[in-house]
Ligand binder design. Structure first.
Ligand code: MOS
Length: 750
């Protein structure tokens, strides 16, 4: 594959949206103000399971400014097609359930605490919020299933996973190999409910116009919202426009569409005016998805020579009665190591908790926490250095599909990281490294994340003044999409970077798959690259007799600084402006759709890396600190070292939070997540994160696309929690298999 020439791409260009965001100039979903807009606040159920017997909304309606109170008793009926979520598979990305219709306020059943049971519409937000608190719902309560461990016997095999994998997979003969194995570990790992905790809460503004609806909402994927709203309200998709140019964090919870969006659309329809419905931070904990609580029952075996013999993983995921999501936690289990006998089983357990969803490296984040902890456990059992044990089992090719890797630099990552981190200083015996009163531990883990790409389109328009507009419906979720697309456009069209502007996040723009699964840069970027080439071809069509470029094909022409020239004779050429002026054109535009080829069938395409962590533990207070974390990654060509590095630092930060802080606590009497705000749900802050170092090895990925890169958005979190847990073991000799690891996990044990 011939790779794009990178000049501007590959440079550490500052984020284009950075200044807009920090100065308040970026407009978020809740910051639009259509004329005559009203405010809506959702009413949430205060039981986990049951039925609404009656509603008393008199006090709410008496609040000055209240226009309407909708509940299942009076809400307009939705005629929307009721589909199985899995009928709504996105043919492009292969993800299911993203455009699931949600029939808000259509029946009186309550299936989880915090479920929407009403919506109040008023002339001010304050009136709507106050009135929402006054809506009295009388419930007929039913017994609720709340704890995963209490209902394991009800585990089911999902018919569909959200991503296109089978719930059960594997190779070899696990039982036979287990019986014959030399070294065995059987262990249970547990990860808690974790919340996306985006800075920007969800919000939606709905405005009906000409039989259609315009929705401003915070989403990673404008087309999934479009389809969900169209399904729910029986509209043709072209009657639904979704707009979202800026997002204050998504992390997976803004890939699908949640009830609040439909509530806003329903309320706006009922009152005949635009309606804004913002979610409170508390509502984010119940109405916007979370990473599910899950148990992993593992058996791992190895030969005395340090070769893996068995990887057997059963995953039990707590899902919701109302909305199923069985996380694909075993997605990378079969492909990370050369192991002849592998079995992965995904099971769901339905309970009365809100519907979970994908979150920050879904699948691999919890899966690799367990696998990479177990690799550490086994390395100690073998008396082998944990890096050496991993390298001995590093597969030459993708062992799951028996096909070559598209590119893989994991060994270089381990070797470079080992030197940079100073792994040689580590003593083998746990509990033997000290610094004054601090117990010191070093831990490491493999990072791996599938690198994907989807069909995407883009349009470019060049104006007579030399400015270039790039348009695609992609989302920039804070990852740098605006910036890297401008860089790619600058190279592809040969227009100076400061002349390029980028528009994103609107269903009226050319199709894009949305941001998620670390596929954004390669999907959107490939479309922009092809649009740039199409623009050059359009320009060449204007090159008549009078042009030095007359008769030249795109293949023989290069472009830079707004000028097209012969590749073998740079003197021969002219500017876009000259070409356009001679042809009497004031605009030139081109559209392209880029699709991945069959590389996915022929190669294992993953991003890889190696993470190293140092912890320090106070032996009296059991306080755990992470003074440094270092990761080395292979992500193909780096499109922008600044934004890519920030992605990896962010991922590592998530991993440290996952290891030590994040846990959403369910009140097992009521089904209420009790720590439902950012004071009580802890994510790392600056004081928690000390030195985080990220390095990239030189690598070119020439199978995934002509940009030469791979995904990196989610890679950093994968394995990071295991690196922390492994360092805690190394410091203390205490193996902790349940996250988060905190003072309580260690108290009385060291
Ligand atoms: Mo990611 S969980 O696909 O936003």
């Amino acid at each position: 594959m011939e790779l794009m020439e990178m000049h501007v791409t590959g440079q550490a260009v500052d984020r284009r949206d950075g200044a807009l965001k920090v100065t308040g100039a970026a407009t978020y979903a809740a910051e639009y103000r259509p004329e005559a807009m009203l405010y809506a606040v959702a009413v949430n159920a205060r039981i986990a399971h049951g039925r609404a017997r009656s509603v008393d909304d008199a006090a709410a309606r008496a609040v000055p400014g209240v226009i309407e109170v909708l509940t299942p008793f009076n809400a307009p009926r939705l005629e929307g097609r009721i589909t199985s979520p899995y009928e709504e598979q996105d043919n492009n990305t292969g993800l299911t359930a993203l455009a699931q219709p949600v029939h808000v306020l259509q029946d009186r059943q309550v299936l989880h605490y915090g479920q929407e049971v009403g919506v109040v519409v008023a002339t001010s937000f304050e009136a709507a919020r106050h009135a929402a608190m006054l809506v009295r719902v009388d419930y007929e309560e039913a017994s609720a299933k709340l704890e995963l461990r209490d209902h394991l016997d009800e585990a089911f095999t999902p018919e569909h996973m959200m991503i296109p994998i089978e719930p059960d997979s594997g190779r070899g003969d696990v039982e036979k190999a287990w019986d014959e194995a030399e070294l065995k570990i059987e262990a249970e790992y547990e990860t808690p409910v974790e919340q996306h905790a985006t800075m920007e809460p969800g919000a939606a503004i709905a405005e009906w116009r000409d039989g259609g609806v315009i929705v401003h909402t915070s989403t990673q994927n404008v087309f999934s919202v479009q389809k969900a709203v169209a399904n729910t309200f029986s509209l043709p998709v072209e009657k639904v426009r979704v707009v979202c140019p800026f997002i204050g964090g998504g992390f997976g919870c803004k890939v699908g569409t949640w009830a609040h969006v439909h509530l806003a659309v329903l309320a706006a329809k009922a009152v005949g005016r635009p309606v804004k419905l913002p979610l409170s931070r508390q509502q984010m904990f119940f109405m916007h998805g979370h990473r599910p609580n899950q148990l992993q029952r593992w058996r791992i075996a190895a030969t005395r020579e340090g070769k893996l013999a068995v990887l057997d993983q059963e995953i039990l995921v707590q899902t919701g009665e109302r909305r199923d999501f069985v996380e694909h936690t075993g997605e990378t289990t079969g492909s990370t190591y050369a192991c002849p006998n592998v079995r992965v089983r995904h099971r769901g357990v339905r309970t009365n908790v809100p519907g979970p969803t994908i979150m920050r490296a879904p699948g691999s984040a919890p899966g690799m926490f367990a696998l990479e902890s177990l690799m550490d456990e086994m390395a100690y059992k073998l008396g082998l250095d944990p890096i050496e044990f991993r390298l001995r089992n590093d597969p030459e090719k993708d062992p799951e599909q028996d096909r070559p890797w598209s590119s893989k630099s994991l060994r270089q990552c381990w070797e470079e990281g080992r030197d940079r981190f100073g792994w040689a200083r580590r003593t083998a015996e746990p509990g033997t490294m000290r610094d004054g009163r601090w117990r010191v531990g070093y831990g490491c883990a493999t990072a791996v994340y599938p690198s994907m790409r989807s069909k995407c389109a883009a349009r470019m328009t060049l104006a007579a003044d030399g400015s270039l507009l790039v348009e695609t419906a992609a989302s920039d979720i804070g990852t740098g999409t605006y910036t890297i697309l401008a860089q790619i456009a600058s190279d592809a069209a040969g227009v100076p970077l400061d002349k390029v502007s980028v528009r994103l996040g609107d269903t009226e723009l050319p199709y894009a798959p949305g941001s998620g699964g670390s596929w954004g840069a390669m999907s959107f970027g490939s479309a922009v690259l092809e649009a740039g080439e199409a623009l050059r071809a359009e320009a060449l069509k204007l090159a008549g007799d009078g042009s030095p470029l007359h008769g030249m094909s795109n293949q023989r022409v290069k472009a830079a600084e707004g000028r097209l020239f012969a590749a073998d004779d740079p003197e021969r050429g002219e500017t876009y402006a000259e070409l356009m002026a001679r042809a009497g054109r004031d605009r030139l535009s081109a559209h392209a759709q880029a699709e991945p080829d069959d590389a996915f069938m022929k190669y294992g395409i993953n991003s890889f890396g190696a993470g190293f962590c140092e912890v320090r533990i106070d032996p009296d207070t059991c306080e755990i600190r992470v003074p440094r974390f270092l990761g080395v990654y292979g992500i193909g060509r780096v499109l922008n070292p600044k934004t890519a590095r920030s992605q990896l630092i962010g991922g590592i930060t998530w991993g440290i939070g996952m290891a030590l802080l994040e846990e959403c606590v369910l009140d097992t009497r009521t089904g209420h997540f009790v720590n439902d705000d950012l004071a009580e749900y802890h994510v790392p802050v600056n004081a928690d994160i000390r030195e985080v170092e990220v390095h990239f090895v030189d690598e070119v990925e020439d199978k995934l696309g002509r940009l030469g890169g791979k995904g990196c958005g989610e890679l950093g979190i994968v394995g990071a929690a295991a690196a922390v847990a492994n360092a805690v073991f190394h410091a203390t000799g205490v193996r902790l298999r349940k996250l988060p690891i905190n003072v309580g996990s260690l108290a009385g044990r060291i």
